[in-house]
Design a protein around this ligand. Structure first.
Ligand SMILES: Nc1ncnc2c1ncn2[C@@H]1O[C@H](COP(=O)(O)OP(=O)(O)OP(=O)(O)O)[C@@H](O)[C@H]1O
Length: 251
């Protein structure tokens, strides 16, 4: 087990957002966090990344209490792709290289450069290496930010709606890259995602949040019409196509 979230409660001022959230994630697992707008998914990722501090509960990363880790130690263990990012007057190459910062002691090593070149190749970003990130489209920038989190070589990768801004091909490719990297490097990936069909295709486990509480948790079986109706208020059918479950809204 690489991540344990136990009894987490979080409030913005007096408004309770997360209540008794509890789950565990193993190395190499891809977990989707699902639930309607405003139910607390991004807040939960921010608590796991120590951007926000829960009022109650314990979060363990690799058996270390998050509260006892320094920012540098957290940066070595956790990669985070926020919901929105801005470009800057920095090239794609340098932006991705920044992901190596927690690991760089004195100067950039050959291995750091190799890792950046490798991810540029994997994510089909080679032609963009010398472009400035403030001159990229939303989808291109999103890919760069994901690449930066991957070269960080974290043990836990937190992704907040990583397929936002991406076209169909890039949605599939990015999730495939995230899944492959999770498996080959034994990284736990936790993805907040709205598209249930993409989640079903690329995740091992699912956590459904409703009103800041875990409503259901488990394998593909939790993405069923009864749970979807209860969480999203939408009637759906779930059919199998080539062995893959597909959620079909009924109106
Ligand atoms: N900084 C903040 N101050 C006060 N309330 C906030 C703040 N950030 C978020 N909230 C509120 O907390 C609740 C949960 O927000 P959160 O962003 O975690 O939801 P979410 O499930 O990620 O939503 P979405 O799917 O729309 O991205 C929402 O009602 C939101 O309005």
């Amino acid at each position: 087990m690489i991540l344990s979230v136990d009894g987490v409660e979080f409030s913005y001022k007096s408004r309770k957002i997360l209540e008794n959230v509890k789950f565990k994630v193993n190395r190499g697992e891809v977990v989707s966090i699902l639930g309607p707008n405003g139910c607390g998914k991004s807040t939960l990722l921010k608590c796991i990344n120590k951007i926000l501090k829960p009022k109650r509960g314990v979060i363990l990363i690799d058996n270390y209490n998050l509260n006892e880790l320094s920012n540098l130690e957290i940066a070595k263990k956790i990669g985070y792709v926020p919901q929105k990012s801005d470009g800057s007057y920095m090239t794609v190459f340098d932006t991705i290289l920044l992901g190596r910062k927690p690991h760089i002691k004195w100067e950039v090593s050959k291995q750091d450069i190799n890792l950046v070149n490798e991810i540029l190749e994997i994510m089909d970003l080679k032609d963009y290496a010398l472009r400035y990130t403030n001159e990229l489209s939303g989808g291109e920038l999103q890919k760069v930010i994901i690449a930066r989190a991957i070269v960080q070589e974290p043990e836990v990768l937190l992704l907040d709606e990583p397929t936002n801004n991406l076209d169909l091909k890039n949605q599939l490719e990015i999730l495939r890259v995230i899944r492959n990297i999770s498996k080959s490097k034994n990284i736990a990936s936790i993805i907040v995602i709205h598209d249930l069909n993409l989640a079903l295709r690329y995740s091992d486990k699912f956590i459904m949040l409703k009103d800041g509480k875990i409503f259901a948790e488990g394998g593909k079986e939790v993405i069923n019409p009864k749970n979807i109706e209860a969480v999203y208020g939408v009637s759906v059918d779930v059919k199998y196509y080539n062995g893959i479950p597909v959620v079909i809204p009924l109106y």
